[in-house]
Design a protein around this ligand. Sequence first.
Ligand code: SF4
Length: 333
Amino acid sequence: MEAISYERAGDVASALRAAQQPGTMYIGGGTNLLDLMKGGVARPMRLVDITHIGGLDTVASLPDGGLRIGALVRNSDAANHMAIRTQYPLLSQALLAGASAQLRNMATVGGNLMQRTRCPYFYDIAFDRCNKRTPGSGCAAIEGHNRTHAILGASAQCIAVNPSDMSVALAALDAVVRVVGPRGERVVPFAAFHRLPEDRPDTDTTLLPGELITAVDLPPPLFGDHAHYLKVRDRASYAFALVSVAAALQLDGRTIRQARIALGGVAHKPWRASVAEQMLSGQPLTDAALNRAAAAALRDARPQHDNAFKVQLAQRAIVRAVNLAAGGTGGVA
Ligand code: SF4
């Protein structure tokens, strides 16, 4: 057993100071980090508990009409917050699709952004080859079991997928992540927060050393009436997505004024289907237009030997999610 030190931070400044020591990790709800520690995958020398920092556990309106969700807001509180349920139902649906009720009660919004892939080779230290866990060691999944792995944006170093449902909705909604670090505060557009693996799969995000997530900002709500999060998984509860789709629309009658589509379970980061969005915007909502857009969204897919099924699954999920969104928020998958 390895000894670790533990410190409870009372404010952001003391958390940042504590994190300057090498081998330090922040801990919030701990729903992923403690699993990783128990399995020997994460081995911090020091934990800084941020859950007692004041002011990061609230949801507040922004002057532009948007919403600020503190990094320590629990997933269940965010999902059931009245403003999120009514104005950003896509986010509420995605949160409720994730994990179990017990985990949602513990997990924080900031921690959800930081959760790591569930690639089984990453989690089991009996496997020597995992570039994400041990850079330069190889990737056991490429020649191994890769049914749940990426079909878009993967590299020869790693084919893992991001497991978060919440992040798929935040990508579609153009959220921004607020962080603070030794060099001060900055805001990170959601599309720039998570990384593709490229030749550094050990690095999931663009956070700089010591930086702490303080909040997620949502722009003014545009998609409250027509939004749907569709999650396709092997069993109905407590499973990660094989494919998920966050779809949100602004409609003029049956014509799409604006479309937002993001995919989960297909890449190392939430995958925004920008080409499909552009193809649908300004178009009548027809099966033909949807099928063309869905095909374009997967045009660059490069499936692995076990997961070619995901290409068609993702296309069909896009069509279904957009149709359900068009039918009105609250449509049943
Ligand atoms: Fe490791 Fe990524 Fe390969 Fe999984 S896919 S074994 S996380 S390098």
